[in-house]
Write a protein that binds this ligand. Sequence first.
Ligand SMILES: [Zn+2]
Length: 234
Amino acid sequence: MAWLEVLEAYAAASLNDAVHLLNRRFPEILWEGDPASDQVALTFDDGPHPRDTPALLEVLAKHSVPATFSWLGERVEAHPELVGAAARAGHQLMIHGYRHRSFLLEPQGSLRTMLDRTRDLLAHHSGRDPSSITYVRPPFGHFSASILRGLCAWGYQPVLCSIMPVHWMLPAEVSVRHAVAQIEGGSLVVLHESLAGSPVAKLTDAILTRLAGRGLTFVSLDTLRAGRDAAKTP
Ligand SMILES: [Zn+2]
């Protein structure tokens, strides 16, 4: 079917060239790690979710892989126990927003209040210090120069990604194949919880199984950023 071919072509196109350009244009955003390293960060947007999060925690434990969960404040309020479970398993936590709405539609004052509220919810339910929760990935990747300035001024670190399998639009097998072909040292990968279609935990299990033996090291976002910064230092 033609639409499937278009989606496949779009999903298969490497984002690498675009990411290198964007890195130079917006250096305050974390797009990827050090491409010369073997480090890969797996991140999951849009949770916590009562079906997906526990299943993902099981898959990540099975593969001994640390990940970073990018969550929404209102979903944390609905499922606070999942924050503790992810934190006890040693995964990093970050902010996707309070609700799933473009930051371009939020007045700056209320955006800051919502981010702080989400950070405090994550800190409270994980038992971690609020100052350890600084990464923010804007919903839909929407940002502006003034939003970036605001995030940095409020002590947040903006994050996007270098690999985003569109697994809610494609058959699971195609998404797995694309992800496995695209992931390499330095990749910052985002997958999504809370979506219809093939469960993200099953997809993650298939991706990690096929990447085993490639010599990649899965790391938290903190470690990926530290690797990138060390590579930048002359
Ligand atoms: Zn999202």
